[in-house]
Design a protein around this ligand. Structure first.
Ligand code: CUA
Length: 151
């Protein structure tokens, strides 16, 4: 009889144990969605949203900039937003590590193949800047440039 009690206690604690693990996994997932954002480098060009790189309006003066950094260019090559715009950058690479820097702003990202780099910034002042690759990525590294315009 006491054996059955221990069996029940053992079984119940196992259920509680797995419930705790499940809850922790869910909580971790909800609080760290960025850590789960990976993408196979081979699949970058066929996986949404990177199958259609570009600038998308998602709210009043709020944009999503879906961009690919590759040897040796950015796609899209130019991003133009109105003054005051908030831009959510989502950048990935199909080949090697690249940089994504807009000089004079807080945007200075490392773009690693297999990962989606995300960054949000608000641009209050007008500017016309070059997007610079600041990670050495091969023979065309120096000419890997984009353009970022706030007008
Ligand atoms: Cu891309 Cu240096």
């Amino acid at each position: 009889r006491s054996e059955r009690i221990w069996l029940v206690i053992g079984g119940a604690s196992l259920v509680v144990f797995f419930a705790i693990i499940l809850i922790m996994a869910l909580v971790w997932g909800f609080h760290n969605p960025g850590q789960m954002k990976t993408i196979a480098p081979d699949a970058v060009r066929t996986t949404p949203p990177f199958d259609k790189p570009g600038l998308y309006q998602v709210g009043p003066n709020e944009y999503r900039a879906v961009m690919i950094a590759q040897m040796f260019m950015y796609q899209p090559n130019q991003v133009t937003v109105p003054a005051g715009a908030t831009v959510h950058f989502e950048v990935t690479s199909p080949d090697v590590v690249h940089g994504f820097e807009i000089p004079g702003t807080n945007v200075n990202l490392m773009v690693v193949p297999g990962h989606i780099t995300e960054y949000t910034a608000t641009f209050r002042t007008k500017m016309d800047r070059v997007i610079v690759c600041n990670e050495y990525c091969g023979s065309g590294h120096q000419v890997m440039l984009g353009r970022f315009v706030v007008q």
